[in-house]
Design a protein around this ligand. Structure first.
Ligand code: SAM
Ligand code: SF4
Length: 464
């Protein structure tokens, strides 16, 4: 498959979008309320909007779209790094092969089991499994064994992992097919930067040098039967406006060729990393102001695509961007293989990048609950086959709310009973009570109350 990102085309529509009059910008904002998405030209115009009053209206629109489609729920997951050997040399990553000081680790299946036990005992149900790219130390066979191992771990109180999403180097179609058979959820892969010249500079060695092989990987994943794929860009490497256009064009190409766009878009910002020159001083740092704007524009452009944020951002900023369109967050994360079992001060020597937020899952949950977001561990859609195009067809306004909001309450209740600290439990029960009174209509309210009672009495894994 050919490269479908044309840098000149992006630069041109961004240039043409400059100085658009306020009336036309407002027409685009109005159109976004129809929840049908926006064209590349319209997105370029929003990206080029620098007037603070108009940006305020963009944020307002995103806020409403997020509320109408997703309600106040936030899906939580933990990343699980299993190995950090890598043949690539990405200038921003601590795992890069030229980082000779990194402690290289490939967890054994026993160590993986122990990591998963820690995460299950904190209450996690969803994992994102990752590793570096290395033919021996991170082979597909090793990765598949790790997935099967993680799924097999059961702990007390019904502790189990119900969905594993994966983030590994690009594969051939038949390998994606093999991976899919292990029962994984979404396959995630970030293009890092859609700008060809920057991509070339940032990836000086190893198989990742090949821009097109990476760009077309999510098409191959779909061909191999993976119906939920996730794309992303690493913000800070190149101009954020260009990257948002790249993400949108990637999403549209997937929709055109595979019948369905990406399930998620991830928007990590570059973090400092051990011996990684491009991460110490990002060449295009994205300010908080621009970050909020880009989250809002992505929300308006592809309203039904989930958006993933890591919990590294400050609590204040996180709160604002949650309301603008984020639907999933990582929590209680470690980026060094084995990091959940040992909390060593030397962890950075094996980590991919440094974390600004090392709070536990319970602390993150308390924080977001107090801000009236409902944490969700739901995995129902994927287990009931509501994936890919079926999910997108279902995801009309109100329907995500109907299933997802209800399942969020059930899984949160289970968390509160089985894993929460007393203070989190109290805050969570208060939020559930508030939602019962405000969010659900009479018939649904009765169904939700009855099932909450069952959970209270010991039933687990309740979902619709
Ligand atoms: N090695 C595979 C790859 O490169 O696709 C698997 C995923 S890698 C472990 C996960 C992602 O971490 C990368 O795609 C990159 O976007 C992100 N990453 C690397 N260095 C980072 C940094 N300094 N700050 C934030 N994210 C970073
Ligand atoms: Fe390796 Fe991925 Fe890090 Fe690049 S980003 S050095 S491919 S682990």
């Amino acid at each position: 498959m050919k490269d479908f990102i044309n840098d000149n085309y992006i630069e041109n529509i961004l240039a043409q979008a400059k100085n658009t009059d306020a009336k036309h910008i407002r027409e685009i904002i109005d159109k976004s309320y129809e929840l049908k998405g926006l064209s590349p030209e319209e997105v370029a115009i929003l990206l080029q909007t620098e007037d603070n009053e108009l940006i305020g209206e963009i944020l307002q629109a995103a806020h409403k779209i997020k509320k109408d489609i997703y309600g106040n729920r936030l899906v939580l997951f933990a990343p699980l790094y299993i190995a950090n050997h890598c043949t690539n040399n990405c200038l921003y990553c601590g795992f890069r092969r030229d980082n000779k000081e990194l402690n290289r680790v490939a967890l054994t299946m026993e160590q993986i089991k122990n990591e998963v036990k820690v995460l299950e005992r904190e209450g996690h149900k969803r994992l994102l499994m990752l590793c570096g790219e290395h033919p021996e130390r991170s082979s597909l066979e090793y990765f598949i064994e790790a997935i099967e191992t993680a799924y097999s771990v059961k702990t007390e109180k019904g502790g189990e992992i119900r969905r594993i999403n994966v983030e590994i180097a690009p594969l051939e179609v038949n390998k994606y097919r093999k991976l899919k058979k292990t029962g994984i959820g979404t396959v995630v892969l970030f293009q890092e930067t859609y700008h060809h010249e920057t991509y070339k500079i940032m990836h000086p060695g190893g198989p990742k040098k090949d821009y097109t092989w990476r760009l077309t990987a999510m098409h191959r994943a779909q061909e191999g039967g993976v119906d939920d794929v996730g794309i992303g860009a690493l913000f800070g490497l190149y101009d954020y406006k260009f990257e948002v256009m790249g993400l949108l064009l990637h999403a549209l190409q997937l929709e055109k060729d595979c019948g369905v766009g990406p399930h998620t878009i991830s928007i990590p910002r570059l973090e400092p990393a051990f011996n990684a020159p491009a991460a110490i001083k990002p060449s295009n740092p994205v300010s908080d102001h621009d970050f909020k704007k880009l989250v809002a524009i992505i929300r308006m452009a592809v309203p039904y695509t989930g958006m993933i944020l890591s919990t590294r951002e400050t609590p204040e900023l996180r709160d604002e961007v949650f309301a603008l369109g984020i639907s999933q967050i990582s929590a209680g994360s470690r980026t060094n293989p084995g990091g959940y079992q040992e909390n060593s001060s030397d962890a950075f020597r094996a980590a991919q990048f440094n974390l600004g937020d090392t709070r536990t899952l319970d602390e993150v949950i308390l924080d977001i609950t107090e801000r009236s977001h409902i944490p969700s561990f739901c995995t129902a859609c994927y287990r009931l086959g509501r994936t890919g195009k079926d999910f997108m067809d279902l995801a009309k306004p109100g329907l995500i709310q109907k299933f997802c909001q209800t399942n969020a309450v059930f899984t949160f209740k289970e968390y509160l009973l089985d894993y929460a600290s007393p203070v989190t439990r109290e805050a969570g029960e208060k939020l559930i009570k508030k939602m019962l009174n405000k969010t659900f209509k009479t018939k649904r309210k009765k169904m939700v109350s009855d099932r909450l009672q069952k959970i209270e009495e010991g039933t687990r894994d309740v979902y619709i």
